[in-house]
Ligand binder design. Sequence first.
Ligand code: GDP
Ligand code: CA
Length: 306
Amino acid sequence: MNVVVLAGGLGGSRLARALAEAIDPGELTIVGNVGDDVEILGLHVSPDLDTILYTLTGRLDETKGWGRAGETWNALETVAELGGESWFRLGDLDLGVHLVRTEALRRGEPLSAVTARIAGAFGLEPALLPATDERLRTWLATPAGELPFQEWFVARGHRDEVDGVRFEGAEAARPAPGVLEALEAADLIAIAPSNPFVSVGPILAVAGIREALEARLVPAVAVSPLIGGEAVRGPAARMLARMAGGTSPAHVAGRYEGLIDALVIDEADADTDAGVRTIATRTLMDDAEGRRRVAEAVLESAAALR
Ligand code: GDP
Ligand code: CA
C-alpha cells in the first residue's frame, strides 16, 4: 500500500503521522511545502519540512505545534542583544538543523538530499521530499501591499487580509527527485488538512506535481483543515471566506477541483454538498485515537473508490 501525502506544517505533519501509524511507514512518502522557506541570519530555514521531521520523530513541541520539545533560546537572546534579526523564533536545538542544511546547500547539495540525510539521522521512517529543489517562495497580496510569506505570517501575525497568493519561481520549479516516482507508484494520494492556499498551493504550483495528480489512476483524498467552519489554527478559514467565498466543505473541495475524488470532513460540517464524495468523521488529530480515526477514513474512502 504505497501512499503519498502532500503536506504543509501542522495539519500536514499530523496526517503524515496518522498515516505512518496506520500503514507500513516505509510505504509512505511525504511531499512537503517549501513556499514558507526563508533565509534568516544567513541560514536556510524550511519550517514545514522541519515540523514534519520533528512531529514524526517525537521531537515536536506539541503545545506550540512548531519547533522542538525542550527548546532553549540562548542563541536568539544574544542575537536580540546585538540588534540582530530576532523576529523569527529560532531555538538552539532547531538552529543545529538550519546550520547543517545551510552548509550543505552552500556546497551545492540539493535540498532533497540534505533533507533525506537529516531525516535519516533523526530516524524518520517515511520518505520526506521537498516539493521541489528549486527556489519557490510564497507571496501574499494584502491591502498593505505584497508581502513575503514569513513577513505576513510571523512578523505581522497573519493579521492582514489576503486577496491573492503568488508563488515566485514556480514556473521554473521541477518536482524534486523522487516526487513523480512516488506519485507514479502510489496506490493512494492524500492531501493533508493543510492550508489550501499557502501550504498545499505551493506544492500544486509545481506543474509536474499538479499534472501527475490530474493524470492519476489511483484515488486521491483530501482531509479538510476546517472543523465546524473554523481552522484548528491559523488563517485558513479567513482566507477561504475571502478568496473562495465561504468555508463549507464545497469551498474546500473547490480548491482541489479535478485533483481529488473524496474529501474527509468533520462531523461538525457534515450536512452540506461538497461536489465530491465526502466522508464525515471527527478529524481533530491531537491524540492517537484522532489520528487513527482520520487515517482510517482516508484509507477506507480510497478503498471504496477503487
Ligand atoms: P502550518 O504550515 O503549520 O501552518 O500548517 P498546515 O498548513 O499544514 O496546517 C494548518 C492547517 O491545519 C490549519 O488550517 C488547521 O485548521 C489544520 N489542522 C491542524 N491540525 C488539524 C487537525 O488535527 N485536524 C484537522 N482537520 N485540521 C487540522
Ligand atoms: Ca507552513
